[in-house]
Design a protein around this ligand. Structure first.
Ligand SMILES: [Zn+2]
Length: 752
């Protein structure tokens, strides 16, 4: 790609705060995202998925293309977000990987760049943490995208020279900053330094930062006003207006735009469609603009000028990096009377704990690791799956360690992992200490301290509280940092009893409790529980033996348990007892954190609803034949309220072609369905079965069309997104039936 011509690179920074529970390593329900389980799921549905499968429509609202936007934009995803996506939104995840692969084939350089692993504010991190964050990010990237990363997104674009030095040392070739982070520019080899600012900086070329140890790194600056207009001024409302602005601003060189990726679809509903339109224009070379990415442009256009950056600057705090450690005045909502003085004590408390954890790690680790610092930096390769645990141990553990020493070594690394998580920038970004992000940061810290204690570290809770006790929520009801710790954070701490309570209640909720002599297992990504039920004691309480195995630790915890469930009633009213005599402990399940109780409730609701649905479908398979045609002046079914309760299953039988329906039944289904509370669920179910039919090796297109026609006849609009995605994928390879495509909402012009 030559320097000549107009190039465009649209960058999306896709990221969610770490939400995973540091014991289970899974994400638990977050009430504010309901009815979605949590914000990852909700934003995936609103933004990440729509971008992976962006609809381009004709004038009549019919689909002319389903575009994978990741193929045409530059992007980075947070490693913790991708971990979730890989497990729970595999189709979207595959498109992210495909987007990189196809752009690599097209441009010679992939669209994806890496991102600082835990999204920590790099200038505020220690040198060792900086190195770990970079190395873990690069390992995660390589494991997913099967190539080394060329660029790195810095959390909040927060930068200092040391960070750039370490990036260059790790082989990273470029990063992207806000234009106001440039301080001075000069020509190559000349010391004609002049002051730079957003107004006079030529952003159409990469710059070179020369580093103290002799290395250098390229820096791109994005177009500030344009990015602002996309993120905050509604430029995404109309695809043609968006493209018009891009095209008019594009000139000789690279027009670079960077925003949070969630801008598309989450902050602006249908923003992904405006983006898809603009990308289709760029892809076609309209107005002479060509789509590129930073790495591809850099390969052909090495920096011709040098830049010096503002030390400790960022893209979202005009005071540098103060937003992540003080009441600098930057906040999200600017509520009258509120302050962010809590940020200082939170930073100081977590820093103080981390300093003690590091000392413990390096001290104890000196006897366990060949080189403790190197082991920590390389541990990201185990987390990413690039190195097996055995290979890692062989390389980094000292020779001839006892089993107990090996357990300790793995625990020290886990401790560091959660300690690093506690520094995700989001904890300080928003307006109050009582929000979910600071509480999560403190929870990660709690977990790190707990693992530390298992390896002989003293209790650091008093140290942490001496700092966060000085902080207060703006909500008097939430109180001080000390109160929040006591009421919100500390109760999240898991013990053997709470883990067993969750395993037992989940098995109960799923109708899978083991009987006497039977074994059942419950897994979370962070740990696995194997329960062996021995039988019931004199009070009728189930009891048995359990093995708890933590991921990425060697060894297991074993114990005897009794599930005390008074009257075998409300499972949350019971408790799990372990041990005997004086050492016995009994923890009530009601003490479980809200998200964990909610997860158990979700397991129950899913199983109970699925069983009820199966029963209804079974009942109505025959019952539908008894929906007799109306007589004479009859206007509704006899005992229609009772029939109405079966609306969903009756409609299902008709739509799926299981029964034939009289005109009267069809009318009844349409009338009852207009405002029926199960409409959404039925739309989802019909959509799922269409997807299943389309996934068959030789789909029965006539059956698919029939389902869509009958659904339309009774006014049910199935959720077609997945089915359309699948049909589109098949269309590009098999060229399936035209009629089914029309029924699924595609424009005639794109069908065979
Ligand atoms: Zn600020």
């Amino acid at each position: 790609m030559s320097a000549q011509g107009k190039h465009l690179s649209i960058h999306g920074h896709f990221y969610q705060p770490p939400r995973e529970d540091p014991w289970m390593d899974a994400i638990f329900p977050e009430g504010s995202a309901a009815p979605a389980l949590h914000w990852n799921e909700r934003i995936c549905r609103e933004s990440y998925a729509p971008l992976a499968f962006a609809r381009r429509l004709d004038g009549e609202g019919r689909i002319i293309e389903i575009m994978n936007c990741y193929e045409f934009i530059s992007f980075n995803f947070g490693p913790t977000l991708l971990t979730w996506m890989e497990r729970h939104a595999a189709d979207v995840y595959d498109r992210v990987l495909e987007g990189d692969r196809k752009s690599l084939a097209r441009l010679g350089h992939g669209n994806a760049i890496a991102q600082i692993h835990h999204h920590v504010i790099m200038p505020l991190a220690t040198d060792l943490d900086k190195r770990a964050e970079i190395a873990w990010a690069l390992a995660d990237f390589e494991a997913r995208f099967k190539r080394p990363a060329e660029g790195m997104w810095l959390s909040e674009a927060a930068v200092d020279t040391r960070t750039l030095e370490l990036l260059a040392q790790a082989g990273v070739r470029f990063t992207i900053l806000a234009p106001r982070q440039a301080k001075q520019v000069a020509d190559m080899g000349r010391d004609n330094w002049t002051g730079a600012d957003e107004g006079n900086l030529d952003i159409r070329r990469p710059y070179l930062v020369e580093l103290p140890e002799g290395r250098s790194i390229a820096v791109y600056f994005y177009d500030g006003p344009l990015s602002q207009a996309v993120a905050f001024e509604g430029l995404l409302r109309h695809g043609d207006r968006f493209w018009g602005r891009l095209s008019s601003l594009a000139g000789e060189g690279l027009l670079a735009l960077a925003t949070d990726g969630e801008t598309y679809g989450h902050h602006f509903t249908f923003g992904e469609m405006a983006l898809a339109f603009a990308l289709s224009q760029g892809r076609a070379g309209v107005d002479g603009v060509r789509l590129s990415n930073y790495a591809a442009f850099l390969a052909e256009n090495p920096p011709a000028r040098r830049v010096r950056i503002h030390e400790r600057s960022s893209w979202s705090c005009v005071h540098g990096v103060e937003r992540w450690r003080s009441d600098c005045g930057c906040n999200a909502e600017n509520k009258p009377g509120w302050n962010q003085r809590w940020r200082g004590p939170l930073r100081e408390g977590l820093d103080a704990v981390k300093a003690r954890i590091d000392r413990h790690y390096l001290g104890l680790g000196a006897g366990l690791f060949a080189d403790p610092e190197d082991a920590l930096v390389r541990y990201g390769r185990v987390l990413a799956g690039l190195d097996s645990e055995a290979a890692f141990a062989a390389r980094h553990f000292k020779k001839r360690l006892t089993a107990e020493q090996r357990h300790t070594a793995w625990r020290l690394l886990s401790m560091q992992k959660w300690a690093l998580s506690s520094f995700a920038s989001c904890a300080w970004f928003f307006d109050d200490l009582g929000r979910i992000e600071p509480l999560n940061a403190l929870t990660f810290c709690l977990r790190a301290m707990q693992i530390g204690m298992r390896t002989g570290l003293e209790d650091l809770e008093p140290l942490l509280l001496s700092h966060i006790g000085k902080a207060s929520s703006n909500d008097p009801a939430l109180g001080s940092g000390h109160d929040l710790w006591t009421h919100e954070v500390r109760p999240r701490r898991e013990s053997t009893e709470t883990i067993l309570a969750q395993a037992l209640i989940r098995l109960w909720a799923e109708g899978a409790l083991p009987g006497a002599g039977q074994t059942a297992s419950v897994d979370w990504p962070g740990l696995a529980v194997e329960l062996r039920a021995a039988g019931r004691d004199a009070d009728g309480n189930l009891h048995g033996h359990a093995t708890i195995t933590w991921s990425r630790e060697s060894g297991s915890d074993e114990c005897q348990w009794t599930w005390e469930l008074p009257g075998r009633g409300d499972p949350l009213a019971g408790c799990v007892r372990t041990g005997e005599g004086l050492g016995a402990k009994c923890v009530p399940a009601a003490y479980l954190a809200w998200g964990k109780r909610q997860a158990l409730a979700v397991a129950w609701a899913r199983r109970a609803e699925a069983e009820a649905w199966e029963r209804q479908v079974e009942e109505t398979r025959l019952g539908a034949h008894l929906f007799l045609p109306y007589r004479e002046a009859q206007t509704t079914q006899t005992v229609s309220e009772r029939w109405g309760r079966y609306w969903s299953a009756l409609a299902w039988q008709w739509i799926m072609g299981e029964v034939t329906a009289s005109r009267d039944l069809q009318d009844f289904l349409r009338e009852r369905g207009a405002a029926h509370p199960e409409r959404g669920l039925l739309a989802l179910r019909v959509g799922e079965s269409l997807t299943e039919l389309l996934a068959a090796e030789a789909p029965e297109y006539a059956a698919i069309r029939g389902i869509l026609e009958r659904a339309a006849q009774v006014g049910v609009a199935p959720d077609l997104r997945q089915a359309q995605n699948l049909f589109w994928a098949r269309l590009l390879t098999d060229g399936p039936a035209r009629e089914a495509g029309l029924a699924l909402g595609f424009a005639p012009g794109v069908l065979p």
